[in-house]
Design a protein around this ligand. Structure first.
Ligand code: ACO
Length: 402
């Protein structure tokens, strides 16, 4: 049943629900999840169909505007995004100023915040044209920013965007091409990258999206709200899990622990160790995104001629988990992060880039959710209540008498 807040307000009751396990913070028409059956749909379209047949920019349009674009609308949208992919030179200098080895998620969040200073005409959250401009600017610049973050980690020169190329293709070119040399995308890699971005594009009211909404609920601009989302995503219990999965697999391979010993530690909860990439607040069955990623991991590795022992370790861990009471009873299955890192690694990204790639994919979802909230007449500033557990009233005592 649904308890509406107006009812609680009348009775003066406060709900106490740590982690919002059972509390809806909003209504939304964007993404549907059935966690028991492993169903995910964007605007009603099954994720499997979108991953198979759509493209990232088309999905971005769908999430933001509610409908799939016709051919002309898609072309106009693509053209507009492409036209804005270049970042101002001053901004480029700002991006280069971070110390080498600083985590790219910190750079991404700072970059998103800084973007607002370059486009003051796009900041008013209640001006439709300004919001449309901010939407396009963020989608356009984030492709350039993410590839620059990758290149600055490898000390490579930054490449200018190429307007004529597709979104994902040009992102890969800016990330991996050698300056002044011909570069063509490997179609298997480009298609896998496109699918991964689609799979990450939205996931209703998770930690980062709720953060975007709560920041936006104070009428903060889109850049400030999305920057907060990037920060929320950086944690290892959320977007940071894909990086943590790879580090976990590498530790197992380098002989720290056998698969069996590691799984024993997880089950005994030794030092709080968890099987990263497993478990989900909403999915209590196989994450449908993980199933799609797993299907493509093999194809990408094969096309790139990569033989990665880590894939075998991951498959081994999953096999044990799916047949072990600890995981079965708690309904812990692989989530989207379990196999993504293996594909990113094969493409050539370092583990520190995995969460930024998640952020790149999640951008349309954050934008769509923020826009939906701004248009919703029932939106109020986010302001949870608390149950106070501190001291009762007491009198101040000067320091020398304490
Ligand atoms: N490995 C081992 N045990 C686990 C795991 C795991 N990955 N996840 C949950 N459990 C256990 C908990 O210890 C707990 O056991 P208990 O009942 O004996 O105390 C039980 O399962 C329930 O776990 P909670 O932490 O209460 O579940 P919650 O819904 O709060 O957490 C979360 C979900 C954070 C995703 C958790 O499963 C986890 O930490 N997973 C690993 C990190 C990860 O992969 N995060 C990515 C999530 S998906 C995403 O952000 C895209």
């Amino acid at each position: 049943g649904i308890v509406v807040s107006s009812l609680l307000k009348e009775t003066g009751l406060v709900t106490y629900d740590p982690g919002f396990m059972n509390t809806a913070s909003t209504s939304s028409a964007i993404t549907y999840i059935d966690g028991d059956q492993g169903i995910l749909r964007y605007r009603g379209y099954p994720i499997e169909q979108l991953a198979e047949r759509s493209t990232f920019l088309e999905v971005a349009y769908l999430l933001v505007y509610g409908e799939l674009p016709d051919a002309a609308a898609l072309e106009a949208f693509t053209e507009r995004v492409n036209r804005h992919t270049l970042v101002p030179e001053q901004f480029r200098a700002f991006l280069s100023a971070f110390p080498r080895g600083g985590h790219p998620m910190s750079v991404m969040a700072s970059a998103m915040n800084a973007l607002a200073t370059f486009y003051p005409e796009s900041l008013d959250p209640h001006d439709d044209e300004a919001v449309d401009l901010a939407t396009v600017l963020i989608l356009a610049k984030i492709r350039t920013i993410t590839s620059y973050v990758h290149r600055s980690m490898t000390d490579e020169p930054l490449l200018y965007p190429d307007y004529a190329r597709g979104y994902v293709e040009d992102f890969l070119r800016m990330s991996f091409a050698v300056p002044y040399q011909q570069w063509e995308a490997d179609p298997v890699v480009a298609s896998a990258m496109d699918k991964l971005l689609i799979l990450h594009a939205d996931h209703e009211q998770n930690c980062s999206t709720s953060t975007v909404r709560i920041v936006g609920s104070s009428n903060a601009n889109l850049y400030a709200s999305v920057a907060a989302g990037i920060n929320a995503l950086s944690g290892p219990s959320h977007g940071g899990a894909n990086e943590a999965v790879l580090l976990m697999l590498e530790r197992i391979r380098s002989g720290g622990d056998s698969v069996e010993t590691f799984m024993k530690k997880v089950k005994n909860k030794e030092d709080g160790v968890r099987l990263m990439g497993f478990g989900h607040r909403v999915y209590k069955s196989y994450d449908p995104r993980a199933a799609i990623v797993k299907k493509h991991a093999d194809a990408v590795l094969e096309s790139l001629g990569v033989k990665d022992e880590l894939l075998d370790i991951a498959l081994g861990l999953e096999e044990i988990a799916l047949n072990d009471d600890y995981f079965v009873e708690r309904k812990l299955y692989p989530n989207v992060d379990f196999y993504t890192g293996l594909i990113y690694k094969a493409i050539g990204f370092s583990p520190a880039m995995f969460t930024p790639l998640f952020a790149l994919g999640r951008m349309p979802g954050w934008i769509a959710q923020w826009r939906e909230m701004m248009k919703d007449p029932s939106t109020k500033i986010g302001r949870p209540r608390q149950i106070y557990t501190g001291a009762t009233e007491r009198d101040y005592v000067p320091a020398e008498q304490r």
